[in-house]
Ligand binder design. Sequence first.
Ligand code: ZN
Ligand code: ZN
Length: 351
Amino acid sequence: MNGTMKAAVMSAPFEIDIVEMPLPELRDDEVLVKVMAVGVCGSDIHYYEHGRIGRFVVEKPIILGHECAGIVEAVGAAVTKFKPGDRVAVEPGVTCGRCPACKEGRYNLCPDVQFLATPPVDGAFVQYIAHREDFLFAIPDRLSYEEAALNEPFSVGIHAAKRAGVKPGQTVAIMGMGPVGLMAVVAAKAFGAKQIVVADLEPIRLEAALRLGATHAVNIRDADPVQAVREATGGIGADVAFETAGNPKALQSALYAVRRGGKLAIVGLPPQDEIPLNIPWIADNELDIFGVFRYANTYPQGISFLSSDIADVRSLITDRYPLEQTKEAMERARTNKSGSLKVVVYPNGLL
Ligand SMILES: [Zn+2]
Ligand SMILES: [Zn+2]
């Protein structure tokens, strides 16, 4: 296909311009996706503010945005699964498929992954993207594009729940109710958790967590989340805890919230490399600690959970912007933490 499209390009921190550029060229195994909805993620904000996340540095202008869904516009010559008009969720990390990590099924650890909006790979604040067929997933008509885009942060929660082996009837404690924490509530519920105890300091997030299936919400300004978990479990502690805030205090709380023999999944990335943790406590209680990096093999399961009305995730979308206002969308997500949950950009017009 020939022609041009609009893209929101970040040239430097706090600078986003709307640029006209050629449509992407399609390889044989790729699909041209008309991008209909893109969630603004914490990582997009981080690149927007700081121009880097750890070893990933923005060295040339980049298009941000990786939580997206859209409509198939055209397909490459070797594509067999899709045809124009199909509605799809986009799994943002395209892997090599050949390395030991890929072959083991842990393709989130592929050293050659090309992940949308991770420098130098461009993302989805653009009208069309070319994406490899095997990282696109059909979505049913009943699932909106916004919900399908939320399958990305949901996938992180599903991966954490799988890593920590959440089982029906268990108690799960989740520290941090940003979008990933909120979607982790839905994942814990989907895996059968009976009690879900959550902690944050923003009332809007705690209210959202209760709507999505949390059974106990603790505002850390008023109460101790570890104490709340102990009370909810007859003094025993949670079977599983997730830390999703990237906060040292939250990580320490998550550690003390877990029961003897329980499991802790570390999802959030703190700004500092080293955090003091009580090692005798970990050894004495035989805690299992899992790192969580993105996700693998979660998209089909996430789509089927979201399609089954497990929770009203649509209620997380608080702010909507057309592509032309991507900068406003980023500012909104950055500065309105007590009033916004998920900010969504619509590259082909508001839906
Ligand atoms: Zn994200
Ligand atoms: Zn690989």
